[in-house]
Design a protein around this ligand. Sequence first.
Ligand code: IMO
Ligand code: MG
Length: 417
Amino acid sequence: MLDVVLGLQWGDEGKGKVVDVLTPRYSVIARFQGGPNAGHSLHFDDKSFVLHTIPSGIFREEAVNVIGGGVVMDPVIFMKEVKGLQEAGIDVVSRVKIAKKTHLILPTHRALDAQSEAAKGKDKIGSTLKGIGPTYMDKTGRNGLRVGDILAPDFLTRYEKLRTKHLGILGNFEFDFSSYEKEWLAAIDELRAFDIVECEYVVNDYIKNGKKILAEGAQGSLLDVDFGSYPFVTSSSTVCAGACTGLGVSPKTIGEVYGIFKAYCTRVGSGPFPTELFDETGEKLCTVGREFGSTTGRRRRCGWLDMVALNYSVMINGVTELIMMKADVMNDFEEIKVCTGYIINGVETNELPFESGADITPVYKTFKGWNCDINDIRQYDKFPVEFKEYVEFIEASTGVPIKIVSVGSDREQTILR
Ligand code: IMO
Ligand code: MG
């Protein structure tokens, strides 16, 4: 059986923490899409880690961590991550398997990303500039290089060929990647020490042998290339279906779909965000919630919970269990608002519009805040009634139970229902 855990908003929902909490139930943790644009934070035993490419099961001795073929990997960033973990005493090499079909992010992909964003000017996506878009373009354009290719004797020739092609596209766009290229080639050599596998066979064997697998999504459903607020999206399938194509498993193998959402919303980069707050409340969510990117350090845009968007994500993913994060950030809010509908051209709707530029006025339902510290609560019964009302409203609106509530960044600050 394979369960999927994914973000239902615009990323940064707290996936790292949730996967870390869920891993004891699983023997295999697999990333299925995205790349170093992700930043999954974990906090335990007074230590903090941010993972970009490596699955969040890496801290559990018994777990196997698979990087699936739907992922794009920058070997430099990956090896930095590996070394950081090794310094913390973790035997990364024995715990990680990399799919041969994982696409490689080249130094020139990073340059192409920068060129594309520069050309868009004020319409830029707000990309993390890790080369994600150009790498997925080369994948679907059938030009990409994959991790399995590094084992071939002519890998360098193939690298040179793609590099030359990229340099042609870059023209006179200035981007110095010579030192990065040196590191990149060195990292490619180090990558050979890893178990580079036929991921689809490995994962299906695990399933056949009764191993429990957790597929860990990156980004969020509203950044999905098909269903997100296009073009302000990332370039991969961040939704549940991506677990099938990213790992090579049948939809029939999928069991639970855990959907993670924050009790409010954040978005980093450009694109529509109907409930965004530009006032003191937005400021408060940002400072109390420490809403700064773990990959780029950028300040995240903040706003109220959006049920139109959340219900859409629940629908696309077939979410079976919800996980609510960071409600504690709103501990001293007199009032909490939730968007229950959009008014577009004078008409109220519960559906996300096709146009990314649609003029949306959110319709809000106001809740009384719980106005107390909930960070030390460890039992659902002990939560204040206002908090439970908030939780139960979301359950009624989505039709999905909230099974886990997180009230702080530490592993321990987790309430299972
Ligand atoms: P995790 O896994 C939040 C956003 C970027 C930008 C858009 C496209 O930590 O939740 P890209 O680099 O993919 O070309 O950027 O997507 N974005 C994320 N936002 N969390 C992430 O990952 C993100 N990965 C990409 O800010 O708006
Ligand atoms: Mg992030």
